[in-house]
Ligand binder design. Structure first.
Ligand code: PEP
Ligand code: MN
Length: 476
């Protein structure tokens, strides 16, 4: 009683575009039928029910008035880089927490996340001999889809934690609170601000990779390999300096932001009609992040999420799990990429180790027969989540993760295709959430430092292990 589906709420200030509206991301026939709120007419899963309609309206109104977090210029730039990746001319690294918390908005946490992504990119650039596109799951990766909407805590059934922008991790704080939507914006803004400030102050300067020290890596093999790679880069740079070649492009890198576009009320509020600097035409951009993806649970062809995603200019991702058929995949691409833009859609496969050989070849073949040119990315994490019998904690076996990456690389090669990127849940910290890796963590070790509030993440050391595996593949 009194509870309302927030999805029903419409904002007054965001209207469905009229006939004149131009959006290169939507095919001519459907141009007039899309707007940031057209998803309201579609069935939605993983919806949030709030009990205070006025408070939701107030939060969305506030969000609509706040400035964009990212710009069309940056979004287009990422689209261009992903086009390169789809053509095999760049490799993509996407990584970060499963669920970001507002508390992760701190100097140490942000720096350590940037550091691990930069370290991995060095390894990957060295191995793949390709430019690297870095996309962090950060500055907005709050909302989580849940398979179970309730859980048992101390004998009581309570709503599951659904992400800091919806409810709190604290069991006493599980009622969805619309003010968290606004809080999410400000935490994203502060995080992004610190990232931008680090990057413009030389944090990612290639002349200083020794500053990104391997704080928690114990494995001497990894340490030695990393040190020798940094040494060869440093020598190369000093040689260039000696011969008078100095490039300011080495002083910083691009780091793009991303999150799962799950909470559509939030996404619609940050969706703005802005001038595309390339042609001066106003188009719909999601300005909450550079890249957004559709999760494996919300990719229904006729559902609200696919409807929302088909209209935005941003490059987008779609998780491709083991239940997806080749036909569904092609139908989804036809909806999401009606204009066949190279690299517009990133397909993030996450079948589970042992299922790659069975699933991926048919998906590759199906896409090849279309006009869509996608970025093929592998998420070796989500198909391999298990419950540890000893502690009951969610974990992933490093062997399964490596096996899914290796099979994906091989299957693409056999099919005359190419794996263009990797999507990982990781942290720069010395967590004990996934078993195995060069630290050889066991099930017994999980409780030592199990910090995640959702899925288990790779530690700094395990993340580098994955980077070296991919680098070695390219070297062979
Ligand atoms: C995720 O990336 O955190 C996630 C929930 O993934 P998937 O949709 O693939 O299960
Ligand atoms: Mn996850």
């Amino acid at each position: 009683e009194g509870a309302i589906r927030a999805a029903k709420l419409r904002s007054n200030s965001i209207a469905v575009p009229d006939d004149e509206a131009v959006n290169a991301g939507v095919s001519a026939a459907d141009k007039a039928n899309w707007g940031p709120t057209t998803w309201h007419s579609k069935p939605i899963v993983q919806d949030v029910v709030y009990d205070n309609e006025k408070a939701v309206e107030k939060a969305l109104e506030k969000l609509e008035a706040l400035p964009p977090l990212v710009s069309p210029y940056e979004i287009n730039k990422l689209q261009d880089l992903l086009r390169d990746a789809a053509l095999g001319k760049a490799f993509v690294l996407q990584g970060g927490d499963c669920a970001e918390l507002f508390d992760y908005c701190s100097q140490d946490r942000i720096e350590s996340k940037m550091k691990i992504l930069l370290q991995m990119s060095l390894v990957l650039i060295w191995g793949a001999k390709l430019p690297l596109v870095r996309i962090a799951r950060i500055a907005g990766q709050f909302a989580k889809p849940r398979s179970k909407l309730t859980e048992e805590v101390d004998g009581k059934t309570i709503p599951s934690f659904r992400g800091d922008n919806i409810n709190g991790f604290d069991p006493a704080d599980r009622t969805p609170d619309p003010s968290r939507l606004v809080s999410a914006y400000f935490h994203s803004a502060a995080t992004l601000n610190y990232i931008r400030s680090c990057l413009s102050s030389g944090f990612a300067d290639l002349h200083r990779p020794f500053d990104w020290s391997l704080s928690h890596v114990q494995s001497s093999t990894i340490k030695e390999r990393y040190a020798s790679l940094v040494k060869s880069i440093t020598e190369g740079l000093s040689f260039m300096k000696t011969v008078g070649v100095e490039s300011s492009t080495l002083n910083t890198v691009d780091l793009f932001t991303s999150h799962e576009g799950l909470l559509l009320e939030f996404e619609q509020s940050l969706t703005r009609k802005l001038r595309d600097p390339r042609d001066g035409v106003e188009k719909w951009y999601n300005t909450s992040a550079h890249f957004l993806w559709i999760g494996d649970r919300t990719r229904q062809l006729n559902g609200a999420h696919v409807e929302y995603f088909r209209g935005i200019m941003n490059p987008i991702g779609m998780k491709v799990g083991p239940s997806m058929t080749a036909k569904e995949l092609v139908d989804a691409l036809d909806i999401l990429d009606p204009d066949n833009i190279v690299g517009k859609v990133t397909l993030i496969s996450r079948y589970g180790a042992g299922k790659v050989e069975q699933m991926l070849p048919a998906h590759i073949e199906a896409v090849k027969k279309t006009k869509h040119k996608v970025v093929w990315m592998c998420d070796p994490c989500h198909g391999n989540t298990k419950t540890s019998e000893i502690s009951g904690l969610k974990t992933r076996d490093f062997e399964d993760i490596m096996s899914e990456v290796a099979s994906s690389l091989q299957v693409h090669k056999t099919a005359g295709s190419q794996l263009h990127g990797i999507h990982l849940e990781l942290t720069g910290d010395a967590v004990t959430e996934c078993i195995g890796g060069s630290e050889m963590l066991t099930h017994e070790d999980l409780e030592i430092r199990y910090d995640t509030v959702c899925d288990p993440r790779l530690s700094e050391s395990q993340s580098l292990d994955v980077a070296f595996l991919i680098a070695d593949w390219f070297q062979q």
